[in-house]
Write a protein that binds this ligand. Structure first.
Ligand SMILES: NC(=O)c1ccc[n+]([C@@H]2O[C@H](COP(=O)([O-])OP(=O)(O)OC[C@H]3O[C@@H](n4cnc5c(N)ncnc54)[C@H](O)[C@@H]3O)[C@@H](O)[C@H]2O)c1
Ligand SMILES: Cc1cc2c(cc1C)N(C[C@H](O)[C@H](O)[C@H](O)COP(=O)(O)O)c1[nH]c(=O)[nH]c(=O)c1N2
Length: 174
């Protein structure tokens, strides 16, 4: 007689239940920008995290149905601009459905090492080249090698939590 136990059928988690769960994971808010042969584009992303420090690499998840998808995957370079506490309005503009020129007109930009727009007043900006792209479901996972960065040590941060913005207060502003 077999001693193998039979796993019970595990039902798939519904999309809405997954989103309700994910709404509990507070995350930093970032404006991801690019410029290059395919043009200039930018979008808001909370699905950003550190992968490895050798070589310094972060990942960004980008929905393949986003209007900006073809621009990012063609340029293969981007800047991750992590927002400061007073920049929630920029996040809303870059969060979809707004013409690209209107998004960029709302803030001041410099050109970063890769040519991607660097947001003035951001908490941190990571200038990257896209080293690898993996397709998972509806999204592309962009693995990004960080080539240059700027950091502000005294601004407060911004979080996306429970479908809204919250300030992330530093304990000791340097
Ligand atoms: N990773 C993402 O693609 C992502 C993340 C946050 C927000 N958004 C966009 O902003 C809208 C509003 O978000 P919300 O937080 O107010 O409410 P929501 O109920 O749509 O999403 C709740 C949480 O689920 C996750 N999520 C949402 N859409 C996703 C997707 N397509 N793929 C993977 N994860 C996803 C995110 O963590 C999000 O914060 C979303 O409908 C979506 O269009 C997308
Ligand atoms: C707070 C918050 C966080 C995220 C988003 C939105 C908002 C408001 N959006 C959606 C994304 O910004 C939006 O789809 C793009 O701006 C593309 O929209 P258009 O297709 O250009 O209208 C988003 N999209 C994505 O592909 N990955 C992500 O991590 C996130 N995160």
């Amino acid at each position: 007689m077999s001693t193998l136990s039979v796993l019970p059928d595990i039902e798939r988690v519904e999309k809405q239940a997954f989103r309700d769960g994910m709404a509990c994971l507070g995350a930093a808010v970032n404006i991801i920008t690019t410029d290059g042969p395919a043009g200039r584009a930018g979008f808001t992303a909370s699905a950003v995290c550190s992968v490895t420090d050798t070589p310094p690499t972060l990942l960004v998840c980008l929905n393949r149905s986003a209007s900006v998808w073809s621009v990012f995957t063609a340029n293969r370079q981007l800047c991750v601009n992590t927002l400061a506490a007073d920049q929630a309005a920029i996040s809303t503009l870059f969060g979809g459905k707004t013409p690209m020129e209107t998004r960029f007109q709302a803030a001041q930009w410099r050109t970063g090492a890769t040519g991607s727009p660097r947001l003035e007043g951001a908490l941190a900006s990571f200038d990257c080249r896209i080293s690898e792209i993996a397709q998972v479901g509806t999204h592309d996972v962009l693995f990004c090698e960080v080539l240059a960065l700027t950091v502000s040590h005294n601004l407060h941060g911004l979080a996306w939590f429970d479908r809204g913005y919250l300030p992330l207060q530093r304990q000791d502003a340097r």
